[in-house]
Design a protein around this ligand. Structure first.
Ligand code: ZN
Length: 86
């Protein structure tokens, strides 16, 4: 399960939404952190958006991608080559 920031980059390769709540510098750093986390996951296989019916509206579990512990929405994603779900 990944946070909405990660989902945005996984789904659309677009981090523009990060700017809403962060300063420009913070948004750049956050995007960098997320892209590195995604690259790490992609050593196992291609990550893709999973089943939106399995999203959590609210969760305090850390994001499986960037590791943020900020409570909020978590989105279901899958790693395609291995079939492992996160
Ligand atoms: Zn995340």
């Amino acid at each position: 399960m990944v946070c909405t920031d990660c989902l945005m980059i996984i789904a659309n390769d677009n981090a523009s939404g990060l700017d809403d709540s962060l300063s420009e510098k913070e948004a750049v750093e956050r995007e960098q952190q997320i892209r590195e986390a995604i690259a790490e996951i992609q050593r196992e296989g291609q990550i893709a958006v999973g089943d939106s019916n399995r999203d959590y509206e609210f969760s305090v579990s850390p994001c499986a991608c960037c590791g943020t512990r900020l409570a909020g929405q978590r989105n279901h994603c899958v790693i395609l080559s291995s079939g492992r779900e996160s």
